[in-house]
Write a protein that binds this ligand. Sequence first.
Ligand code: NDP
Length: 436
Amino acid sequence: MSRVMIIGAGGVAGVVAAKCCRNPGTFSEMLVASRTKAKCDAIKANIESRRAQWGNGGRETAISTAALDAMDVPATVAMIRGFKPDLVMNIALPYQDLAIMDACLEAGVSYLDTANYEPPDEAHFEYSWQWAYREKFKKAGLTAILGCGFDPGVTQVFSAYAQKHYFDTVETLDILDCNGGDHGYPFATNFNPEINIREVAAKGSYWVSEMEEGTGKREEAVDAHGVPVEYKKAFDKGYWVETAPMAVKREYDFDQVGKKDMYLLHHEELESLGCNLKGIKRIRFFMTFGQSYLTHLKCLENVGMTRIDPVDFKGMKIVPIEFLKALLPDPASLGPRTKGKTNIGCIFHGMKDGKPVDYYVYNVCDHQECYAEVGSQAISYTTGVPAMIGAKMFLEGKWTEKGVHTCEEFDPDPFMEELNRQGLPWKENFNPVKVP
Ligand code: NDP
C-alpha cells in the first residue's frame, strides 16, 4: 500500500493517474499536483466517473489534488513533506526534470519521469544533465528511474529482455514508432506540441560505436538538404551520426497498421542503450509521419512559427512555438476523435551461441480502446501505462537499485509481465523484415 505524488496534469498524467487507480492494491493514495489545479480536478472527476466501469473489487485509490509550480523547488519540497509520498512521478514537461530531482533529493524521496531534461532555451536533449545526479541519488539512498514511457521506456525494457533471453551480443537495433491513428484535423500533435515539434524539427541522428566502420557508414545517411553527415562524439561512448532533419526516409509494413513512411530521428534512449547493450554497433530510431503533417510543419518552420527564441510583438516578447501551442488542439482533446492503431517496437540483430539471430518485439495499441478504458488516445496511453508500471516495479521492491537509472538497467521480466496485464501486450517475430 503506497502513496504517489504525480506532478503534471496533461494527457499522459491523466492516464498515469487512471492506471494507478486501476491497481489500488499497490497505489492506495495519490496526490495529483500541477500548475493548473482545474486540470488536476478534471483528472480526478474522470477517474471517479469510471470507477464503476472498472470494478476494482471494492478497493479504491484515494485522490487529492493541488496547485504547484514545480520550478519552485521550496514549494515542491514543502508539498512532498506534507503528503509524504513513497515516490514522486514527474509527468510534467522535460523542463521541470532537474527542479523536481532537486526537490526529491531535499525531501528524501525517490523519483520517476518519462522524458529526459531539456533546457527551455535550447532545442536539445541528452542524458548528461541527469546522469550528473547519479552520485547524489546513490548517496541519499534514493532511486531515480528516467524515461519510463514507451520510447524511451518500454523500448529499453524490450532491449534488456532481448539481451537477457535471446542474444549473447546485439549488433544492431532499429526502434520503429508508428502511429497509424487519424484524428481528422489537418494538423495537430499527439503530445505536447512544443516538445513534439522541437523533436521533429531537430537534426536526425543515429548512434554508432565506431566511426566509419561496419553498419555505421557515411553513405547510410542520404542527405536531401545538402548538409553533410557529421560525426559527433556521444557523451559517454560512441558517436552520433547527424543528418539534416527528415533526410532518411524508409517505408515499412507494420502489423495491423499497414505500409507507412517513417523517418530517422534523434531520440534519447539511443545514448543509454549505446552504453548498455553488449556488442552494439548501431542504433537507429524511426517515426512515421503523414505527408500532410510534414507539409504543415515545413510551412510553419518556413514562416518562423517553430522558433524557440523570443521575438518582439507589439512591445511584448513572445516565443513563436509557445504561441503556436496555444492555437493547436490540446492533445488531451484528441481522444474521442482518433481512430486507428499504434505499433511501436524494436528489431534486433545479433548473435546467440555463435549463430545469427533476428528478433522483433512490438506492441499494437488501438486508439479507440484506450479511449473507452481511460478517456485518452493511444499516444498518452502508451506513455502513461509504462510510467505506472515503472512506479509499480519500484513500490513492489522489484526496481529499487539506488542511483539514477534508465529502464534497461533493471530486470525486464516483471515489467514485461505487467505490460501484458495492464493493456500493452507485446508480440514477437523471429523472422522480421529488416529496415534497409
Ligand atoms: P502536456 O503538455 O499535455 O502536459 C504537461 C503538464 O505539465 C500540464 O498539465 C502542465 O500544466 C504541467 N506543467 C508544465 N509546467 C509545469 C510546472 N512548472 N509545474 C507544474 N506543472 C507543470 O504533456 P503530455 O502529458 O503530453 O506529456 C507529459 C510528459 O510525457 C512530457 O515530458 C513528454 O515529453 C513525455 N512524453 C514521453 C513519451 C515517452 O514515450 N517516453 C511520449 C510522450 C510524451 P498546465 O496544464 O498548467 O500547462
